[in-house]
Design a protein around this ligand. Structure first.
Ligand SMILES: [Mn+2]
Length: 338
């Protein structure tokens, strides 16, 4: 089968569009929007609630020129993947939105590379396809549109620093970002030859990218595990990468609360592992972490905007005002029961 990965033309205009957005940002501010996971109707309600109305080109526009900043994970899980991607992509291409790579888009790009073509995606082993089942179902009969979406995903920045804020799908790490710089375009997206390499699990470039897209984990002490709601025994925890104080317990370091995680203090040196986000650093916004309940910052300068719309939670945005972040900045649209 003829290979259609990677996209032939490495989106030369993507950098320009982002540069323009950065220029515009001296006058406009961002609404940071978390993981959509195929929940297009909630996205429309969210934009409406944030004050966006239908612009002359039919796309949502804000009367004060505010712009969406998507933290990634547009695809998988939800019922309207194709529509969600189309809306975010059109907003970004118009120059009215910034969009970041999520771990789900990164995984789908890897599958595309493995398959060698868009039609080949449907013939991959079932265990590989399972995580992207909703996405493939959504694009069935719309293969050219999926190819266009994949080319767009390949052009997405891994992180952005703009208007006094930072955003990344899961974890901001200055050291990792510094190491990745030679492989990136000016807008923070991977150069095509390095994207091809970074998609493959196991190599060093992949591991660095996955710190930003998947966050940091801690291994529980030998012999320790806890059982999740779906009965899976887990020996690593998604960890609060912004904390580095000595003496914190595994339970305190676990992003997901309510699990019977060990109360023993973390036995490793968190600073040596690269944990910690400086309190004087710009506020950083992430998605990824399946939060529940009423949104509030994770730390004085760290906020998550993923409140699990794909698990009956809410689609959440943060209205950036260049002020210190606080609970009043969040805006929520509950998941529509289906
Ligand atoms: Mn997600």
């Amino acid at each position: 089968m003829k290979s259609d990965f990677p996209p032939e033309s490495p989106q030369a205009t993507a950098g320009l569009a982002t540069a323009f957005a950065h220029f515009q940002s001296t006058r406009t501010m961002y609404d940071i929007i978390g993981d959509i996971h195929g929940h297009h109707d909630e996205l429309l309600l969210l934009l409406k609630g944030l004050g966006y109305h239908q612009g002359p080109d039919g796309l949502p526009a804000h009367p004060l020129g505010r712009r969406p900043l998507f933290t990634g994970d547009f695809i998988d899980r939800g019922p309207q993947v194709r529509q969600s991607v189309a809306l975010a992509m059109r907003l970004a291409r118009r120059g009215g939105a910034l969009a970041l790579m999520g771990n789900h888009e990164f995984y789908l790009l890897w599958l595309w590379q493995r398959a060698g073509s868009v039609p080949g995606l449907w013939n991959l082993p079932p265990d590989l396809v399972e995580p992207v089942r909703a996405t493939l179902a959504s694009y069935l009969g719309h293969e050219p549109e999926l190819r266009e979406a994949l080319a767009w995903f390949a052009s997405l920045p891994l992180f952005v620093e703009v208007d006094g804020l930072r955003a990344v799908h899961a974890c901001w790490d200055d050291q990792v970002i510094g190491r990745l710089r030679p492989y990136l375009r000016a807008d923070g997206s991977l150069l095509p030859e390095y994207l091809r390499k970074a998609l493959w699990p196991g190599n060093g470039l992949h591991q660095q990218v996955m710190v930003l897209l998947g966050g940091k984990t801690l291994r529980l002490p030998e012999g320790q595990a806890f059982v999740t709601a779906n009965g899976r025994a887990v020996r690593t925890i998604r960890a609060k990468w912004w904390l580095d104080q000595p003496g914190l317990s595994y339970r305190q370091m676990a992003v997901t609360q309510g699990w019977e995680v060990s109360l023993a203090p973390v036995s490793e040196d968190l600073q040596a592992l690269g944990f910690g986000y400086p309190p004087q650093a710009p506020p950083v916004f992430v998605g990824h972490y399946w939060q529940r309940g009423t949104p509030e910052p994770l730390a004085p300068n760290v906020a998550c905007v993923d409140y699990s719309v794909a698990k009956g939670g809410a689609l959440v945005a943060y209205r950036w005002t260049r002020q210190p972040i606080g609970p009043e900045g969040f805006f929520c649209v509950p998941a529509i029961p289906r």
